[in-house]
Design a protein around this ligand. Structure first.
Ligand SMILES: Cc1ncc(COP(=O)(O)O)c(C=O)c1O
Length: 381
């Protein structure tokens, strides 16, 4: 039981809503005796590839490994540079470091918090091998512009889609304009298993074959190995994900409904609300507001029994010890990234969140605004 009146996640509610189907799927795997690289993994990989309208999916043990293995399979390594943003979960850049390459950070567009394509070209050097746009909070990055730059400079594009499975651009689908899509199934994602999991989805069959080998100790044939990893998505997780994948579009629609309620209820407040690009399907993995008084608002909501979190309050290049004896490069200024880190607050957002709960969050924020106004004479954005 949560100590909060409105919690941030609804994992257990989601489980209870699908309990009989999930329990039966897990039971079937347990009775089958096939737990690793078994038929349920194969089935889920087929379903995921079809869902993304791409040729192949490879199930892995995390979204982090999806990024690492795809970079490895592309031959990205020491001496190479990979362009991405510092306003993302740590794993995006960590994967670049883990393969021995150098992340190059460019700033974000202030409106969407995604990579600003107009800054990419200036960051390219002869060492650049790839771009990793992150579809942050559930809204795709500007893939048309990114793909155009990548094509002109012969760079790989790897989409970090850990937060955006089921999202779309205005005239493009995720995966349509890149070499590979990496996603995460850690429980808090839009499609989550009961632990860790991830996948690479791609139209490139050679790449998929190489990643399949890498996830299994560099082996595609029993007892024949080369250097790789132990990074397989377990069949129990795959079976659970098959059950949940059928619900994903409906769940994303529910998130979008709650987002609309937040948009309407908070329109007259001092908060900066999410911007959705025209025609884009943002699936609100996270609903982020921004205010200079973030910590105060978070504490106020907590006092009202509402759990709000921060994604991500310390940008990667601002982490203590950065870059840990590795190489890293910042291209231009990261002023929007740094402002965002100081101001972001994530409101409760999950498909099982009720309208009544969203209303409590809105009322809590309105009450905070009133008390600020009374104390300072202005709410102050
Ligand atoms: C943007 C982003 N990239 C990568 C990851 C890494 O995924 P995982 O936690 O499954 O390793 C996550 C989530 O955790 C993420 O949000």
């Amino acid at each position: 039981m949560s100590a909060f009146q409105v919690d941030f996640y609804g994992h257990v509610r989601q489980y209870h809503n699908l309990k009989s189907e999930i329990d039966a799927a897990i039971h079937e795997v347990l009775e089958s005796g096939s737990y690793v690289l078994g038929p349920k993994l194969k089935q889920f990989e087929g379903e995921l590839a079809r869902y993304c309208n791409l040729k192949e999916a490879v199930g892995l043990n995390s979204g982090t490994d999806a990024l690492v293995l795809v970079l490895r399979a592309m031959g990205v390594g020491p001496g190479d540079e990979v362009i991405t943003t510092s306003n993302t979960f740590f794993a995006t850049a960590e994967a670049v470091w883990l393969v021995g390459a150098t992340p190059v950070f460019v700033d974000i567009e202030p409106k969407t918090s995604n990579i600003d394509p107009s800054l990419i070209e200036a960051a390219i050097t002869p060492k650049t091998k790839a771009i990793i746009p992150v579809h942050l909070y559930g809204q795709p990055a500007e893939m048309r512009a990114i793909a155009k730059i990548a094509k002109a400079h012969k760079l790989f594009v790897v989409e970090d889609c850990a937060q955006a499975l089921g999202a779309r651009g205005d005239d493009f689908a995720i995966g349509e304009l890149s070499d590979a899509v990496c996603t995460s199934f850690i429980i808090q994602k839009n499609l989550g298993c009961f632990g860790d999991g991830g996948a690479v989805v791609t139209n490139n069959s050679e790449l998929a074959t190489e990643i399949r080998k890498l996830r299994n100790h560099g082996s595609s044939q029993r007892s024949h190995h080369s250097l790789g990893y132990n990074s397989r998505l377990d069949d129990i997780h795959a079976a659970v994900l098959s059950v949940k994948l059928k619900q994903l579009d409906k769940w994303n629609d529910l998130r979008r409904e709650r987002a609309k309620e937040y948009d309407a209820g908070l329109a007259n407040t001092s908060l900066k609300l999410p911007t959705v690009r025209p025609g884009f399907r943002h699936i609100f993995h996270l609903y982020i507001v921004e205010t200079e008084h973030r910590d105060e608002l978070q504490a106020f909501l907590k006092s009202k029994g509402i759990r709000a979190l921060t994604h991500y309050p310390i940008a990667i290049h601002q982490q203590e010890g950065y870059p840990w004896d590795q190489t890293a490069r910042i291209s231009g200024s990261l002023e929007h990234t740094e402002r965002s880190a100081a101001q972001v607050l994530s409101l409760p957002m999950f498909p099982e969140l009720t309208s009544q709960e969203a209303k409590l969050v809105i009322e809590g924020i309105q009450e905070w605004e009133k008390s600020r106004k009374a104390a300072t004479g202005s709410a102050g954005a």
